[in-house]
Design a protein around this ligand. Sequence first.
Ligand code: ARG
Length: 473
Amino acid sequence: MAPPPISPPETPGQPTGQSLWGGRFSAKPADVMQAINVSIGTDQRLWRQDIEGSRAHCEMLAASGIIGREDADAILSGLDQIEAEISEGRFPFREAFEDIHMNIEARLAELIGEAAGRLHTARSRNDQVATDFRLWVREQADQVMALITEVQRALLDQAERHAEVIMPGFTHLQPAQPVTFGHHLMAYVEMLARDRGRFQDARARLNECPLGAAALAGSPFPIDRHRTAAVLGFERPMRNSLDAVSARDFALEVLAAASILGGHLSRLSEEIVVWMTPQFGFVRLPDDLTTGSSIMPQKRNPDAAELVRAKTGRLTGAFVALSTVMKGLPLAYSKDMQEDKPPVFEAMDALMLALNATLAMVRALRPDEGRMLAAAGSGYSTATDLADWLVRELNLPFRQAHHITGRAVMMAETAGVGLDDLSLDQLQSLEPRIHSGIYEVLSVKASVNSRQSHGGTAPDQVRARIRQWKEML
Ligand code: ARG
């Protein structure tokens, strides 16, 4: 939803936010006071949650006999009207009314008159904003979890299609041992599962309702906090009113989870960037997910992957920003906490975009099987297989096997050939008991097929994991 533009501060004589709290003031706020205080440009994104919270509060006030049924009905129909105005883009967001809470309340007063003034009974903006923000973050966490699952499904499909495709596995970005492309992609399925778990955990802890804590100390009215909590889908009301209005760790937890997830997405993106270089040439992305250069006609740039890689900065930055705001704040509410929303909004926007871009790239990735296989065979990537063979067949201690293999690599390197191009004579000059059976383990295919240990890269193993995941998702 693109929110409508904000109208400039009111001209003198018209109502301002002061009309909601200005009883004990004799002067209007200075321009700079107004400028630093205003948050409607940002927190208007909470409008749905604000209306939802107000409806629940209003129903509860009526059911508990705190306000009359008629007033409650007027308030509810006014809120319906406001909902329609905002979703149709014709709500007058006004800086003069500071934030989303007072914009809605002021509009309610314009629409229904005096009854609007009863909505704020037994409520403060402090518990109101805490409730709105929890609802918003909860919704985002749900969306992130659903998107993570989509990305996992896309990875699973690709992994299944390419369970047998052999590529080099790297350590230090040097060819290490052959693996399969399917196995490599499945590593990200595992990471993303833990990421979803972190959002799930954060969601479970955030799902308690601050509403009814009022300003900080609770309310003298006979409110029913269990009722509002249940109506808003929370597990329970928060147990301590001071904590209820002061806590923002729910947002920090989600940002921490987002930052870790962003780190994982950046690693996948980095691999896509590297794999797409002509030097690697492991994968291709279609035209619609790459860009050209305005000067170099031959270029095909992986901009989407690079930007996903970069978005991580905003995610981690948001966590640092909010934890710095919260550090050292005395209980209960301080206006510092109004600064909680920009980093969270920005981070969640960046994360959604990064997840969607990742999803599109994963679905569209096309590996070049020939280049991957050729690269898998280069760099003496089956050297460990040779050493393992010496241990298994000749019962050599691994260290000694390692040394002999190193000599074999040196011999091959000097001759400019692969390990499996060395003749039996050459190999026997290093260890006379070596026999022709050794050639069975020197191919990359044999190497990959032999790694049958739980979680290993052998295609059977990878397929078994894919089946398991397909059931779990
Ligand atoms: N706009 C404020 C915020 O986001 C709402 C709470 C204001 N409360 C107060 N006591 N001034 O934090």
